[in-house]
Design a protein around this ligand. Structure first.
Ligand code: ADP
Ligand code: MG
Length: 431
């Protein structure tokens, strides 16, 4: 099995470290009203979070989700941030009087920005490069907080960005609020990334003051991991070459939601062209990049009807391929299974790499029983249950039964947004 070869994973991954954060300090006694803006790859979410302090914890959390129009993903920085700020302003305009702030006090926002950033302070950072379908050249190298702040001003919105957070770091912080043993956060959504808690002494690149806790959070940017040992096929190479970011985010392109359906499409196209899988003509729709989305792939994969009626419908509705035989539909499901299984097993191998690096892949003799919680978030992990099941089974297989009992995978729903609000709270000038 190819993933067994990935023994060098931890060190290679660590070469891709982009950011160091001082250890997350969340006391669970933060109090008040905070906002979060979570800009992922497909949608963005605006959250309003009410924190009740030590005894009450999270009192209330409300959110709205807006999809990002595709033209804005490849337009200008101003156009993207104006759109986001306008939605934020709309969210605020709709809120009731109970959320009115006393005069002189500004609303505070944690900004989850799920793209590689060179963090320059808790509330500033320059965009290193775009990933996942985004390509807005004039934003690269700019401080994304300054861009958002300017756009909010243009909307007449009186709001202050208190924290800039990567989604993995947000998920780690949000996860910590519920589970004290969170040591790793993994995002499997449109893209993929991971963060983990590292002993500050184990970070040779860090020359600043050591945090009191002795720990720091590392945003790995693991989506950008690449290695000659990764088992890339001709379909992966072709998809990468034709992507907006060739040569980049190779691991992400094998495991994350933006790409799985597209890989299935490419294999089906080849089967149609070279083996007349769908008869004498190659169905024209099958030639359209990204026409088969991962949610549709996942719906086909999960079709439990004996005659695979949902597969038939998807093939007809999306690819305009009618009259498929049951045999053909079974092959389509098997192909979804192969692509999802490869992705989830590689994601599990990545998690094993982290656990090895932090010494959580063994059971310690004597002493307290060590527990490790992995906070997971992202639409792929949340909705593609064959994928998540396979990921969890693979991790158990890699770690063995005994160690697996000390590791738990928890779905930290909306953890990245909540974490950003918590970090905004813990960096609030008013508290
Ligand atoms: P983002 O990654 O953009 O922050 P999400 O975490 O919500 O946002 O993940 C959205 C992604 O999750 C989609 O792009 C898609 O790839 C994947 N996804 C959403 N729903 C499903 C589903 N039902 N089955 C499989 N994948 C899904
Ligand atoms: Mg996200």
């Amino acid at each position: 099995m190819y993933w067994r070869k990935i023994y060098f994973f931890p060190e290679d991954l660590l070469r891709h470290m982009r950011q160091y954060f001082k250890s997350i300090v969340i006391h669970s006694d933060e109090k008040g009203l905070f906002y979060a803006l979570d800009l992922g790859g497909t949608n963005f979410r605006v959250l309003r979070v009410q924190l009740g302090g030590k005894d009450s914890g999270l009192i209330n959390q409300e959110f709205t989700e807006v999809s990002i129009p595709p033209n804005l993903m490849i337009g200008t920085s101003d156009a993207l941030f104006d759109y986001i700020a306008a939605e934020l302003a709309r969210f605020i305009a709709q809120e009731g009087q109970e959320f009115e702030l006393p005069p002189g006090k500004q609303r505070e926002l944690g900004f989850t920005f799920s793209f590689p950033v060179m963090q320059t302070s808790i509330a500033s950072g320059t965009l290193v490069r775009w990933t996942k379908g985004f390509s807005i050249d004039d934003a690269v190298g700019l401080d994304v907080v300054a861009e958002l702040t300017k756009a909010m001003k243009r909307q007449g919105l009186d709001m202050r960005v208190s924290a800039l957070v990567n989604d993995t770091v947000g998920t780690l912080a949000g996860g910590k609020y519920s589970y004290k043993d969170v040591a790793v956060a993994v995002i499997l959504g449109t893209g993929s990334n991971a963060a983990y808690v590292e002993s500050a002494q184990a970070i040779p690149k860090w020359h600043g003051d050591l945090p009191k806790s002795g720990e720091m959070v590392i945003n790995m940017e693991w989506g950008n991991f690449r290695s000659s040992h990764l088992p890339l096929t001709e379909y992966d190479h072709a998809m990468d070459n034709e992507s907006l970011n060739p040569g980049e985010q190779i691991f992400e392109k094998l495991i994350s939601g933006m790409y799985l359906g597209e890989i299935v499409r490419r294999v089906l196209l080849k089967m149609a062209e070279e083996a007349a899988f769908f008869g004498d003509i190659v169905p024209p729709k099958l030639k359209t990049p990204f026409i088969l989305r991962t949610p549709d792939m996942s719906a086909m994969h999960h079709d439990t009807s004996s005659d695979l009626i949902l597969v038939e419908k998807k093939m007809k509705d999306i690819l305009e391929i009618g009259n498929t035989s049951l045999q053909t539909r079974k092959v389509v499901v098997e192909l979804c299974n192969i692509v999802a299984t490869r992705g989830s097993r590689l994601a599990a191998a990545g998690i094993l790499g982290i656990l090895k690096k932090i010494g959580r892949d063994t059971v310690k003799d004597g002493g307290d029983e060590q527990k490790t919680v992995i906070a997971m978030d992202g639409g792929l992990f949340e909705h593609y249950s064959e994928y998540s099941k396979c990921l969890e089974n693979t991790l158990t297989e890699l770690l063995g039964e005994e160690v697996s009992k000390t590791i738990s995978i928890e779905h930290a729903s909306d953890g990245s947004g909540l974490g950003a609000a918590l970090l905004a709270a813990s960096h609030s000038p008013y508290l």
